[in-house]
Design a protein around this ligand. Structure first.
Ligand code: CU
Ligand code: CU
Length: 288
């Protein structure tokens, strides 16, 4: 039977405790840092050659869907009652609301060095030492709202702009496309400064610290953020039932995106699974 992923603000005290405990155990076992490394490895951008799977590509959504399922499996091996909660940042919009409480992910980083000093993932607990990062800092960092150059979280209207687009994605299937649900949600925009960061990308920026860049998995909020992104994909699917993942087939030889993106029935590295197989996960989990 399918299990349920809940809004993090609705978790009971016991559910919060079990979720945090399972995360810490996955970290203790060394499995968590493998997820960090995998995400760094698959952080390939438009400017680089080769296949793009996780970001700046149509498979942004199925890649992270599978990535979340793998972490969730690891959590459920520890405690089978645990599922990934999601953070609805259109509702919980302040640095003190869920999930930034002491019984969940802890709060903002301190001013001097952005180090998170509260909650279960504070460096001083000894349970959350960063092994693989973009910098050699070993502690978790956050800069909620980006104090020096404030940025706000995306609003419901920003999401609506993405959800209303009936086309999943469009050629050249990268960070430059201005139409299609995928990039409107992933959030690569044009222009300077914070207006260029939309929806998914903007939330990474709003959290700041390690959440900016390839090592973002080091902040456990990564999973809650991406669970909400995954939920939004299911909402888009429900709203546009006649539309599906694109491209349906590989881009033609000789065109720019050839060999750079994963088509609907092609394997999505590093897994033996296709975007087509990841479109319907209703048999595994649902969102409350
Ligand atoms: Cu990612
Ligand atoms: Cu992300």
């Amino acid at each position: 039977m399918a299990y349920t992923r809940k809004d993090v603000s609705t978790l009971t005290a016991a559910e919060r405790r079990r979720f945090v405990k399972a995360l810490l155990e996955v970290k203790r076992r060394g499995e968590y840092d493998e997820f960090v490394r995998m995400h760094i490895e698959y952080y390939v951008s438009d400017g680089e050659g080769g296949l793009r799977t996780a970001h700046m590509a149509p498979s942004f959504l199925p890649w992270h869907r599978r990535f979340l399922l793998e972490l969730e499996k690891a959590l459920r091996r520890v405690d089978s009652s645990v599922t990934l909660p999601y953070w609805d940042w259109t509702r919980d919009r302040t640095p003190t609301s869920a999930p930034w409480t002491a019984d969940l992910l802890g709060g903002n980083g301190r001013r001097s060095d952005l180090q998170v000093t509260t909650g279960p993932f504070a460096y001083a607990t000894g349970d959350w030492t960063i092994k693989d990062g973009v910098t050699d800092r070993r502690f978790l960092t956050r800069d909620l709202g980006r104090a020096r150059d404030p940025i706000d979280l995306p609003k419901q209207s920003d999401l609506e702009w993405a959800l209303a687009d009936p086309v999943y994605d469009t050629s050249p299937w990268d960070s430059t496309v201005t139409r299609g649900f995928r990039n409107k949600l992933e959030g690569w925009g044009s222009g300077r400064g914070s207006t260029a960061w939309r929806n998914h990308n903007r939330v990474h920026r709003w959290v700041g610290g390690v959440m900016v860049g390839g090592a973002s998995v080091n902040d456990p909020v990564f999973w809650l953020h991406h669970a909400f992104i995954d939920l939004l994909w299911t909402r888009w699917q429900r709203r546009h039932r006649e539309h599906r993942y694109l491209p349906a087939g590989p881009p033609a030889a000789g065109t720019r995106p050839h060999g750079r993106v994963v088509a609907r029935h092609e394997k999505l590295p590093p897994w033996d699974v296709t975007p087509d197989q990841l479109e319907d996960v209703g048999g595994i989990y649902r969102y409350a």
